[in-house]
Design a protein around this ligand. Structure first.
Ligand SMILES: C[S@@+](CC[C@H](N)C(=O)[O-])C[C@H]1O[C@@H](n2cnc3c(N)ncnc32)[C@H](O)[C@@H]1O
Ligand code: SF4
Length: 472
């Protein structure tokens, strides 16, 4: 006999669901399980709602129903839909891993899907530990969690953003660090690949990296170690990841082309370094398609990397790192999109990402036209009369990144974001200053922030950005 249905809300569910569902079944053998997804979907990462529904169904054979609450449209309507969806259930499982649990709690609370009559079970899939919590306890748990240096810092940087302050009250909340500004491939999509990276591209000095982490690591919630080069080519890359994790940074991520001959032993050390996410660039499913962008690459190396990383995770008994295979949508590979989604699952990746092509290098309209996908929904640029048109031009004097993120190149040069690979908006050199604050709140950053809130249209680099657009 099936019991009353139980609701499951899982954050990052693609990779957690397969583990979480059996845990719930072991705890409640008669539970009939429904799943609620409330994710938002960014437009330049074409991962849409119907894909998520399909994945959820496939992943959780035990799931009887999948409910998707779209966050698009008015916030009030989304809150109402979420609350209505949850209030039908007496028992709700919340499942996320480590720090994400608090994000999930916050999400549940702030999106108003806390139903007072329901019983909540918080489940950590990594440890199988569970804890019952009442709805009224959530704000207190959250408050306790928020009274940390990182959350306080986030609050300060958000406040500075809202008040449009030129001098940010906090430190960056996110950081991109480039360990090597050189690469073993020659990708056509990338400024490094086509040899147009003009700034100094030496290897990042690990000692300097540690100094940077000592100063701002305790405030960071997210660190991406990649930039414009292949991070796994840095001989001390694992030490750097470990050092960052020792600073307590919740999410340390690597983007890699995976064209390195690492075998299981080395990958086990990679897993032990504590890296949280590994984004693996795989712009095609066959060697023939793959090399059309990844010039000089070997798809078999990538596949082997994924296989052996999975094996390393298994041997280390670790749920991390989350493995995401990523395809940049291009004319050369767009016919493989559907097969790619399936292949990602078959390979054992936790998730896949379809990324829109963006402009990071000087490129003529005609050449761009040969690289952009044909399908309109797969691209953000158009070519008309030899001109490149940004289909989603920034039309609002706003960019959060200037208040909460920094890009540090391998020679220490600071750029405001990764849309400026050649550092035309050079903010200074963080490795040449006694404190990163000299750059972060230096004259150049302050001037740029002022321009951002008054006349973003004058910042040339921002014209190719596809992130902050208000629909007309
Ligand atoms: C510059 S790469 C460096 C890391 C690594 N070498 C790699 O290729 O994954 C950082 C990320 O940018 C992506 N990328 C490169 N060129 C791009 C483009 N034109 N549009 C969108 N993403 C791009 C890569 O796939 C990768 O995920
Ligand atoms: S995209 Fe990555 S792999 Fe390709 S050239 Fe750029 S840095 Fe290298």
């Amino acid at each position: 006999m099936s019991a009353r249905p139980t609701l499951l809300i899982a954050d990052g569910f693609e990779h957690l669901l397969a583990r979480v569902v059996p845990l719930i079944q072991a705890a409640e053998p008669t539970a009939s399980l429904h799943l609620l997804c409330t994710s938002t979907f960014s437009e330049h990462e074409a991962h849409n709602v119907s894909d998520v529904e399909d994945e959820a169904r496939e992943l959780g054979a035990a799931l009887e129903r999948v409910i998707v609450v779209r966050k698009r449209g008015s916030i009030r309507a989304a809150l109402r839909r979420s609350r209505q969806a949850v209030s039908r259930y007496q028992r709700v499982w919340l499942s996320a891993h480590g720090d994400r649990q608090w994000v999930l709690l916050a999400g549940c609370w702030f999106s108003g899907i806390v139903a007072w009559g329901s019983r909540y079970e918080l489940l950590d899939p990594a440890t199988s530990r569970r804890r019952s919590i009442a709805a009224w306890q959530m704000p207190f748990l959250l408050l306790r969690r928020c009274l940390t240096r990182r959350m306080f810092n986030l609050l300060l940087s958000r406040l500075s953003l809202v008040l449009r302050l030129q001098r940010v009250l906090g430190w960056p909340d996110s950081l991109i660090v480039e360990p090597v500004g050189a690469c073993n491939l020659k990708c056509r999509s990338c400024i490094t690949g086509v040899g147009e990276l003009k700034r100094q591209t030496r290897r990042l000095d690990p000692q300097r990296f540690r100094g940077l982490m000592d100063q701002i690591g305790p405030y960071l919630r997210w660190l991406d170690i990649s930039g414009y080069g292949e991070p796994l080519l840095h001989p001390q890359i694992l030490d750097m990841i470990r050092y960052a994790k020792d600073k307590g940074i919740p999410v340390v991520q690597i983007d890699t082309n995976a064209n390195v001959p690492w075998r299981v032993d080395q990958l086990r050390a990679f897993v032990r370094s504590g890296v949280d996410n590994v984004i693996i660039s795989l712009d095609g499913l066959t060697q023939e398609v793959y090399v059309q962008n990844r010039v000089g690459g070997d798809i078999e190396l990538v596949k082997r990397f994924i296989r052996e990383l999975l094996e390393a995770k298994r041997l280390e008994g670790s749920l991390k790192p989350v493995i995401v295979v990523q395809m940049i949508l291009m004319r050369q590979n767009e016919h493989q999109v559907e097969a790619f989604k399936q292949a990602a699952k078959d390979m054992g990746a936790d998730n896949y990402r379809l990324k829109h092509f963006w402009l990071n290098r000087p490129i003529g309209a005609q050449e761009l036209n040969t690289l952009l996908p044909v399908a309109e929904e797969h691209r953000d640029f158009a070519v008309q009369d030899d001109r490149i048109i940004n289909k989603r031009p920034p039309n609002i004097n706003y960019c959060r990144l200037l208040w909460d993120e920094m890009f540090v190149a391998s020679d220490g040069t600071v750029m405001p974001c990764c849309f400026d690979p050649n550092a035309t908006l050079n903010m200074g050199n963080v490795l040449q200053e006694p404190s990163p604050g000299r750059v972060w709140n230096g004259q150049k950053y302050r001037r740029l922030r002022r321009q951002m809130v008054t006349d973003k249209g004058q910042i040339e680099t921002c014209s190719t950005c596809i992130m902050w657009t208000v629909p007309k």
